[in-house]
Design a protein around this ligand. Sequence first.
Ligand code: HEC
Length: 108
Amino acid sequence: MKKSTLFAALLLTPVVALAADADNGKELYDETYFEREINGEMRDDVTCATCHEPAFYTRSDRMASSYKNLEQAWVQGCNDKMNVGWFPEEVADVTAYLNKTYYKFPQE
Ligand code: HEC
């Protein structure tokens, strides 16, 4: 590897690791299809939106209580329960998207 390439790679890595990407999160949220039984019917075209309308995230008795709780309990929770298979970075991106669009928790 050329020295300049290595230097560029070193410079870029921390930036990618730090900032969760809400735009990528939106894409993942809208376009990740997984298998799930819905109303007794096995489907392979289920997305998060199959179960959650936007109003679900802004209702007064919603369950997520902080940015961290949203990420660790809820986005991670549905990712696990539905066997979606998102990596932690992807869960972080989807959390950033949901927070930016609906929850608006301060980011610690
Ligand atoms: C098969 C239906 C289903 C699918 C598909 C699903 N969820 Fe959920 N989700 C639930 C249920 C059930 C709850 C808990 C609601 C309750 O207990 O009232 C929940 C809760 C949540 C919450 C917490 C909402 C709150 O009250 O603050 C979030 C965030 C969430 N889901 C995100 C996701 C994401 C992201 C996906 C896509 C990977 C997803 N869900 C896919 C059923 C689903």
